[in-house]
Design a protein around this ligand. Structure first.
Ligand SMILES: C[S@@+](CC[C@H](N)C(=O)[O-])C[C@H]1O[C@@H](n2cnc3c(N)ncnc32)[C@H](O)[C@@H]1O
Length: 223
């Protein structure tokens, strides 16, 4: 069952669930935890937010970094329509463009910064998506991967946050991945070791955990 086949309440609920964490951390601690990215965004960078959903993360970054240009992509048409409305409402539509595009096909080259928020594991072919990110990035660019918090071993995820994410994973993330080509099914609980494998096999040479909250791990990948 693809993401797009769910009721509207899922898209709304997903944004309500993740947005507070982005509002509290993205600009103040996640971006500064990456190498040289804050400076680039402050002076003017080309940024892609892939799998942007209703654009909460894109709009937060656009408000904080007015000299940068933001491109949000998602394969789901209704989310993209909602993202366009929220950019207008937030007064950032002059520097944010939203376009319907799958992660392996989004247009544009020479991005300084590409971000994915809580969606890499939803994709059928995360390795293919990672390879496309690599091709679309400048050689000195950065890919920020925000994923649900997960330890590598199942027994280490048997805590309240892990229980919530395993239930999301069963009902949303894994069916979405299965509905697409490859169907790798990382699930919401893939952990650092598995994400490292995906990123490395797509041709990135540098990978590290930049920071984390109880709900998310933030990874930095560089060519
Ligand atoms: C859990 S939601 C996260 C949305 C948004 N990034 C956020 O944090 O609020 C997962 C998103 O991934 C998108 N998605 C799934 N597979 C995709 C693909 N192959 N290409 C692009 N987007 C995809 C879905 O449409 C959905 O918007």
């Amino acid at each position: 069952m693809g993401w797009h086949e769910h009721d509207d309440g899922v898209f709304h609920g997903c944004e309500k669930f993740f947005r507070p964490g982005y509002a509290a951390n993205l600009v103040s601690s996640w971006v500064p935890a990456l190498t040289d990215v804050k400076e680039k965004l402050e002076s003017g960078a080309r940024v892609a937010d892939v799998g942007c959903g209703k654009g909460a993360s894109t709009v937060l970054m656009a408000k904080a970094f007015p000299k940068s240009q933001f491109f949000g992509f998602d394969y789901h048409d209704k989310s993209i329509e909602a993202a366009r409305d929220s950019a207008k409402l937030a007064g950032v539509a002059d520097r944010v463009t939203f376009e319907q595009a799958a992660a392996k096909q989004y247009p544009g080259k020479d991005y300084d910064f590409v971000a994915v928020f809580d969606c890499l594991h939803d994709m059928g072919d995360p390795v293919g998506a990672a390879a496309h990110v690599r091709r679309s990035l400048r050689d000195d660019g950065t890919w920020m991967i925000v994923e649900p918090f997960a330890n590598d071993n199942l027994q280490d995820n048997l805590n309240p946050v892990g229980r919530v994410y395993y239930s999301f994973s069963t009902l949303l993330c894994t069916p979405c991945s299965r509905s697409q080509e490859v169907g790798l099914c990382l699930g919401a609980q893939s952990g650092e070791a598995r994400i490292r494998e995906v990123v490395s096999s797509a041709g990135f040479s540098r990978f590290r955990r930049a920071t984390e909250t109880p709900f998310n791990i933030v990874y930095e990948a560089r060519p």
